[in-house]
Design a protein around this ligand. Structure first.
Ligand code: SF4
Length: 400
């Protein structure tokens, strides 16, 4: 598995696969072809189907130059390697093509060439099954975060500290940011109202309302192109910060414990990323919000003193109960159903934590198996439900 730096990427929303990945690819193309007269960028499959709403063309033009970049849209061509394909061409002043590169944005901001492993990212984790990592921990009397430290070195804590600062800043900006989100839906931001209302309620309702407001805050920041951390993606970036922010604020846990929780959640997300998918275009929303819920559930369970087994069960439950969830963003924007979905998944992660604690971690289906099922279920989903905005809510909304 790759470093957690690849999973937790700090960047601008609204989409890790449709905005961050294409932006990174464009930066590489520009570095290799600074003097091109024209760049022609052909977008395929899901990138072309929902790229406009996800600001794919905007991100690419920002890097390559508005005046010398042509975007060609081919939603009807779905590459077999991965649905998020793009071809970059550099043309000289006679419009002769002298450079061509086809690359895929495979989720969470990562890029891959056909038949090769993701670009510029060494494998640093030897184990990629949670059962094996659990055994590594058990035989040494260690916890999951210590396996992260073993593989990544001490420097990872500085990075996770930065990640936590960006996550907290996104929550705090979002709960204070009123107005309408960009895009044709004219969707009003909800986080500030949820936060204010929650503060007026009694303890039980308040907890739920605050968690909702924190998740809405980060997701709304993402939808408006604000700075967030992929956890594991932009579309699902509200779940982990909401849960951790709420727990830290209400229980006064130290930053150090939050970093260890982020490392624990990182293992959960990394396993899904390396052995299945964290791309809505490849495997539906179960791979984005479902994995985010699993990460947040594991993080919460660790913070509250869970065992290796209860952490594993919390993660498994977070993912299992999102299996089959489709990706059908209305108008190709990362807004409906994405924003509310983050709020619900944050609440569900806290429930999964409690449920796993009651069960003492005893359960039948291991997280590793659920990851395999998620991958297969994702591949069984028709492309209508994998970030093409042609089915589900996206289709119904268009027909209203
Ligand atoms: S529906 Fe889920 S997977 Fe699809 S864009 Fe929204 S958050 Fe991402």
């Amino acid at each position: 598995m790759k470093s957690l730096r690849e999973l937790y990427r700090i960047g601008q929303g609204p989409s890790s696969s449709h905005t961050m990945g294409p932006r990174m690819a464009a930066e590489r193309v520009l570095q290799q072809n600074p003097d091109a007269a024209v760049f022609r960028v052909t977008l395929y499959g899901s990138l072309a189907a929902t790229g406009e709403g996800h600001l794919t063309d905007y991100a690419i033009k920002q890097v390559l130059g508005e005046n010398r970049t042509e975007i060609v849209w081919h939603p009807e061509i779905v590459p077999s390697f991965h649905p998020n394909g793009m071809k970059f061409e550099a043309l000289d002043s006679n419009r002769q093509c002298y450079y061509e590169w086809t690359v895929y944005s495979i989720g969470g901001g990562a890029l891959a060439e056909e038949g090769a492993s993701p670009i510029d990212t060494p494998e640093i984790y030897e184990l990629d099954h949670l059962a094996d990592i659990q055994e590594w921990c058990r035989t040494r009397g260690k916890n999951y975060w210590e396996y992260v430290e073993e593989c990544e070195g001490q420097e990872i804590w500085d990075y996770l500290a930065e990640v936590w600062q960006v996550m907290k800043a996104a929550v705090e900006r979002g709960i204070d940011h009123e107005g309408v989100l960009p895009g044709c839906l004219n969707l009003r931001r909800k986080a500030p109202d949820y936060y204010i209302k929650a503060m007026g309620y009694g303890a039980n309702l308040q907890t739920r309302g605050l968690v909702f407001s924190y998740a809405l805050a980060v997701s709304e920041e993402n939808a408006s192109g604000g700075q967030i951390v992929t956890a594991p993606t932009c579309g699902a970036c509200g779940v982990v910060p909401a849960v951790l922010y709420h727990i830290q604020k209400s229980r006064k846990f130290s930053d150090k414990r939050i970093y260890h929780a982020l490392a624990t959640a990182g293992i959960i997300g990394n396993i899904a990323k390396s052995r299945a998918s964290i791309s809505g275009a490849e495997a539906g929303c179960q791979a984005e919000v479902g994995v985010a819920c699993a990460m947040a559930a594991a993080a919460a369970n660790y913070i509250f003193g869970g065992s290796l087994a209860t952490i594993e069960y919390a993660a498994e439950m977070g993912l299992e109960h999102h299996l089959g969830m489709t990706c059908d963003p209305v108008c190709g924007l990362v807004q409906i159903p994405c924003i509310e979905r983050n709020a619900h998944a944050a609440a569900r992660a806290l429930d999964a934590n409690i449920y796993a604690t009651y069960a003492e971690g005893i359960h039948r289906i291991p997280y590793d198996k659920t990851v395999e099922v998620m991958k297969q279920t994702g591949h069984d989903l028709p492309s209508l439900y994998r970030e093409t905005s042609e089915g589900g809510l996206a289709k119904e909304f268009k027909s209203v």
